[in-house]
Design a protein. Structure first.
Lengths: 420, 420
């Protein structure tokens, strides 16, 4: 065994000293065996009171980036543009980098991989997906592309918190969002969470480590819970379903991958056990059936925990190898498959029933119409009728119908329009 | 990035062609991208009909072990002694080895680590713990010793199947065991499962990868569900508990580790969601709170899936580094802590109440007496009164009471003896 009894000693330059940064500082200070020390912290506001010696802080990024004794940069700031400049400069300076910034990573993953290769340094970001759940590492190391059937995850804590309050405590969506903000589970501008942007950023990262797919999040079909209506919740409850916002990727029979973020009715799934701000990911692989990873997906401490695990990995010279992308034949995204969905809309707005290949069921009341049927995925790609004008879409529990043989919607289907 | 675009091509010698072996053979034959080929299979019974070309088979172990073209040995046989000879010979011959044999590994882990070091070859055995759940790999790679608070797992599918049938379908323990055997979830001699031997073997392996502890399973306090009584199930149900057989290890305040396999009352725990033959492991780490890993823990396919993941890891030259043992200061097992337990026994047998440091509650009926109280762990170490004569022990949901300040059991406690 080629034993490297010398662990790499980590001398850290830290950007950001919020809950995560301060938590990290404390743990590292109290756990000398981790062999990692924060040398300098770059902050934005010099005059804020901090629970650490003043000499530790600077407002000059270059003090960290040009310090030769610092071999690891941890980037924990909000601003994705500033984070981009810090991370790329650090990699170019041959420093290892740890980040939790999913927006930055999802939007620049191709360039960030190239920089790692060019400068021969690691860039780890387990905290960017499901915080404390080691999902990136497991996809990268444990699940072969060829054997990985699917990933389905609740990857955004805020929306899951809201959905839990709506389903378990009969709150309205608005009340639940307010409560999420009060408890610190949603941003003051919660639209990134609520509209599914945060979830699709994470899905983008997962696609790279699961299937070697590089996809810009804006090109992945996604929506959030912004258009879900009280009547959608009632509709779900009547059928014994809950609604979860699920980021998912499935390998199709043709070897391509279907991927999207959509609300979904769930029942008898491990995802039903994921409540409040928790995250959970179901991974399905050949032979192994389903595996479920569950843990806190948001918040300062779980994020700090993932950053710590990345630091630990750096001590042993771990790096992502992007195996599915660089060593294997990467998969491609597919646009050619069918989904079973329920479309919910207010009576006055017309959803063209011709979009459906098959309609199983429709219903309407004074508030909402619900149509459940089969749509070709391209119906969601080509325009966004399905998230305009308060239309909501909820995937059926079956989700993708792989190998579906199209039927034409019978002209005789009596289609109920506006009732309002 | 130091890219090894060349994956190691795996030429496999396979021992055993049962469900797992045959499953593996099929998957590898149909998935050439895995870059792994079974060259020869050593079987015990030459005349059995096999779904593979006859030229693939031999009954001579040396044909595999001395074949220079074979660089990986997969050992999937029942007999732990024969497995020991195969695995040690293969490692000595500088072949990488994959095994699912928890008994072999748990009982010889120190020697098997030394052989890996001496001959500079990897030995992987993810399938030996919780089959398809990548718990060994995550403990080894993701959770620092210093930050790992605890592991609690349902690691034996057969006993969990039995407990599920008792609690959900009101079966008796005997009926449930019979059903487990009929459905193939228990061995024809189920005592290894039922008595907790299988679970403690797995706990031994987990202790090495979690905390760097080498412990012979026979020295770890353990029991199974063999003495659980219908009245214990009723007792649990009255309190809203289920009973699970839990293998667990907890870091104590003094830095040592408490470890044991005991039945436990559970409520409001992720472990409650683990039903039938499934396994689940809760890992608690500083900052990250609890994480939960869940999947099929037994059966041919989940085992084959874990073996496949090990093969995939070998292609990229992965090996366990035994970081907690070799690079860090390993933890030690503790015998100095208190447990809150319920002891259940038949009236005629006397359980000495002096063993308890504190008694919270006792009850008795014509079948069973139940005492709930606090025991020092040494009471379970020094003799096995707690599993003799039909006595059963069930850990309370709190389990370990770390930092418990002993009281003497008041002499005035009125102790109810035999009621029978």
């Amino acid at each position: 065994m080629s034993i490297q009894n010398q662990q790499t000693k980590l001398n850290i330059g830290l950007f950001g000293f919020g809950v995560v940064g301060e938590g990290l500082y404390k743990v590292l200070a109290h756990t000398p065996t981790l062999n990692a020390q924060i040398r300098k912290v770059c902050i934005k506001h010099a005059d804020k009171k901090r629970n650490a010696p003043a000499t530790l802080f600077t407002t000059d990024a270059n003090e960290l980036l040009s310090d030769e004794s610092i071999n690891v940069i941890i980037e924990l700031i909000d601003d994705a543009d500033a984070a981009y400049r810090i991370v790329t400069a650090a990699l170019a300076g041959k420093k290892a980098v740890v980040s939790a910034n999913k927006k930055l990573i999802a939007n620049h993953i191709e360039e960030l991989i190239a920089l790692q290769q060019l400068h021969d340094v690691p860039f780890l970001y387990e905290a960017a997906c499901c915080a404390s759940i080691p999902v990136i590492r497991n996809l990268e190391e444990y699940y072969d592309n060829d054997l990985l059937q699917s990933i389905s995850g609740i990857v955004n804590g805020s929306t899951n918190y809201i959905l839990t309050k709506v389903f378990e405590e009969q709150k309205t969506f608005d009340q639940a969002l307010l409560q999420a903000q009060q408890e610190g589970f949603a941003e003051s501008d919660p639209s990134l969470d609520v509209n599914g942007i945060d979830a699709v950023n994470k899905l983008g990262i997962l696609l790279t480590h699961a299937y070697g797919i590089i996809a810009n999040p804006s090109e992945i079909v996604h929506t959030g819970i912004q258009n879900l209506h009280a009547d959608d919740a009632s509709f779900a409850k009547e059928k014994g379903y809950e609604i979860k916002l699920v980021a998912q990727a499935h390998k199709l029979q043709d070897g391509k991958v279907a991927a999207f973020v959509l609300p979904q009715f769930v029942k008898n799934s491990q995802l039903c056990t994921v409540k409040n701000e928790y995250n959970g990911v179901v991974i399905e692989s050949s032979l192994a059936d389903k595996q479920f990873f569950y843990g806190k997906g948001a918040g300062g401490y779980p994020t700090a925990s993932a950053v710590l695990s990345d630091l630990s990995a750096l001590r042993y010279n771990y790096r992502y190898e992007y195996k599915k992308l660089l060593y294997q034949t990467p998969s491609e995204l597919s646009n050619d498959f069918y989904l079973k969905v329920t479309i919910s809309f207010k009576g006055l707005f017309h959803v063209q029933h011709e979009r459906f290949d098959k309609i199983y069921e429709w219903s309407s009341n004074e508030n909402r119409c619900h149509i459940t049927g089969v749509l070709h995925f391209s119906e969601l790609l080509n325009d966004d009728w399905w998230k305009q004008h308060g239309v909501s879409i909820i995937l059926s529990p079956e989700g993708i119908i792989d190998g579906y043989v199209p039927e034409k919607v019978s002209e005789e289907v009596e289609f109920v329009e506006a009732v309002a």
